[in-house]
Write a protein that binds this ligand. Structure first.
Ligand code: PGA
Length: 253
């Protein structure tokens, strides 16, 4: 049995002050919910404050990105060691980073290696664009993103990876995939691609989230699918009641 994992990707939202007030309420709402791993991913400046607030809770903390180098002349970047000072998780290869910041599968792969070597759990995002979806290329795209993005990962460490399947056309659009469609992509393409890299047993252990317009109202549709092990939540993770509702839906037996 894979423990579901729900992560809130705050993207570029919330000052430190705003983050503090949201996390104060969230930790009250979420701290006693069992049976689901919960992760908050605020922007970099809020990580220190939020990590202090999450001490003593089971709620994990994640960054939204990292650089693969340890240190040096990389203006504006944050190293894996700096992330690991505060976080247990890191989102890698989000479609916004791929689309706006030139993140290729090769860069994703370097970042995954760097994260694992610092004991961080990578949440590796894959997913097809609307064009790719409409031309029937979803399987080909996610298989390529998995095989290049997760190349040469030590199979002994691979079971700890988290993959997020996020069709780009569903992100921030209010047009979520159907649960059935997302489950089929996981069953037919993502888990088989993971099995090709790491073997069937390890592939069965890897958690795969769905992401893209998940709300408290549609969460059950995803979490009732056998292959879907939680969600990566954008917009709804900034709303206390929405995020609480999604976490509770994932925690249901
Ligand atoms: P959304 O974003 O929930 O706002 O669609 C999901 C994501 O980008 O991770």
């Amino acid at each position: 049995m894979r423990t579901p994992i729900v992560a809130g990707n705050w993207k570029m939202n919330k000052t430190v002050e705003e983050a503090r007030s949201l996390v104060l309420e969230m930790s009250r709402n979420l701290r006693d919910i069992k049976g689901v791993e919960i992760v908050l991913c605020p922007p970099f400046p809020a990580l220190l404050a939020v990590s202090a607030m999450l001490q003593g809770t089971d709620i994990g903390l994640g960054a939204q990105n990292l650089h693969w180098e340890e240190k040096g002349a990389f203006t504006g970047e944050v190293s894996p060691g700096m992330v690991a000072e505060f976080c247990q998780y890191v989102i890698i290869g989000h479609s916004e980073r791929r689309a706006y910041f030139g993140e290729t599968d090769e860069k994703v792969n370097r970042k995954v290696h760097a994260a694992l070597s610092h004991g961080l759990t990578p949440i590796v995002c894959v997913g097809e664009t609307e064009n790719e979806y409409e031309s029937g290329r979803t399987g080909e795209v996610v298989r390529r993103q998995i095989s290049l993005g997760l190349a040469n990962i030590d199979p002994a460490k691979a079971a700890g990876l988290v993959v997020a399947y996020e069709p780009v056309w569903a992100i921030g659009t209010g047009k979520a995939s159907s649960g059935e469609n997302a489950n089929a992509v996981l069953a037919d393409h993502i888990r088989p691609a993971l099995a090709g890299l790491f073997g069937a047993e390890t592939a069965q252990a890897i958690r795969i989230q769905y992401g893209g317009s998940v709300t408290a109202a549609n969460a059950d549709e995803f979490f009732s699918q056998p292959e879907i092990d939680g969600a990566l939540v954008g917009g709804a993770s900034l709303k206390l009641d929405e995020f609480t509702g999604i976490v509770k839906a994932a925690a249901k037996p």
